[in-house]
Design a protein around this ligand. Sequence first.
Ligand code: ADP
Ligand code: MG
Length: 466
Amino acid sequence: MNSTINMKAEHEKVWGECLAIIKDILPPQAFDVWFVPIRPLSIEDKKLTLLLPSSYFYEMLEDRYCDLLFMVLNRVIGTGAKLNYRVMMTNSGDAPTLVDQSGGRRQNAGQGQTVFNPFQGHASKKVDSQLNHNYTFANFVEGVCNQLARSAGMSIAEHPGKNAFNPMFIYGGSGLGKTHLANAIGLEAERLNPNLNVLYVSANKFQTQYMEATRNNNSTDFLNFYQSLDVLIVDDIQDMASRTGTQNTFFHIFNHLHQAGKQLILTSDQSPNVLQGLEHRILSRFKWGLSAELVPPDFNTKKDILLNKVKAEGLLIPEDVVDYIAGAVTDNVRELEGVVSSLLAQSILINAEINLDLAQKVVGKIANTTSKVVNISKIQEVVCDYYNLEVNDIQTKSRKRVVVQARQVAMYLARKYTKNSLTAIGELIGNRDHATVLHACKTVAEQSEIDKELRQSLDSIEEKLR
Ligand code: ADP
Ligand code: MG
């Protein structure tokens, strides 16, 4: 009995201390909205369980304040602190039920999570759009870098399928806002017309669902489900490269939806003109509508994005610091956000004042640790540049020594740095089969053990990739 009382006192004490720190940091309104409604339930082995009012609340809290919560918790309980959530749900007058939610960052779909399977269930039911509610137009800062894509996106949301931008193909480098914009269009379309069946899906998830459907003899349901949508958003379509079956099915869905006047929105890290590994008939359809590129933001847009983010976090950052960050972080919005989160962390953890000096340290750290995205095109580019070849050279059947070596090195690095299958790597680099790729990988690995020159070549190529 006594111990229960003590444990109860403990979790309330811990949460009370956390709240005191959070209250100091956040603007009063944010604190009232996001922290006052939370109740501590228990603490066990440094694991604090909190009760949240709803699933939506949980998702918002996780997205906005996960880092803050963990830092504060670590400070109060010590390292190794864990967080567990329970969500209060009221179902049509039933007594509230408790639903466990895992603590920590939510995982991306497809990573150790049960894959969402939308086509199980009643066909006429409204589809859960899978959209990320944090990615709205309201917080998608406008700049020259995204003006065309943003305004086309808005008009699509107003008249999905009934516009000249079908499909809308959004492309650009990593961290420039493709996923954000695609979600914003979906959300706005849903807001304007709540009856629309909108679905956001990553190409990888689409692929997994398709394979599962095939395995379970469910292909027809899969096809019917996708063909019943009003707006289909497929993110990172480049991930469908060399997946013939998936591409085939997608091709049918695309045609069906397009003919029925339904909206398609696709994103990719490359323009449809240079996307490799996708069938010609699909690529040519991508060019039917509008291809809109997102380019790195200019200085002023970076400043606007920063100020927006700073405001959302309830931080105060002096103008010279904002200018410095906008100038120093080159071209990736994700990095800008990383800097703000890091500054927030520093100001909480060591109570540091956010000034130019701190910003310089943080930017230095982020710039060093954020690795660039390495894809097969990039690898081919860097390898060919190193060997003084054109990318086309390694795509040929040439058996010239330098070409063979460059091709093998590219295959080896593609295996090392990307998640592509051997088959995909082979198709993208010189249209070879998977056995050739496997052989190349083995050869390079073995040779580099004994051949100093090759080792040095690999080192300098890998240096350029990082
Ligand atoms: P991509 O899909 O192109 O890799 P994301 O859409 O995931 O990039 O964007 C990376 C991060 O940068 C996201 O958190 C997103 O909200 C933010 N972001 C990108 N562009 C903007 C913008 N114009 N305004 C506000 N935030 C942005
Ligand atoms: Mg993305």
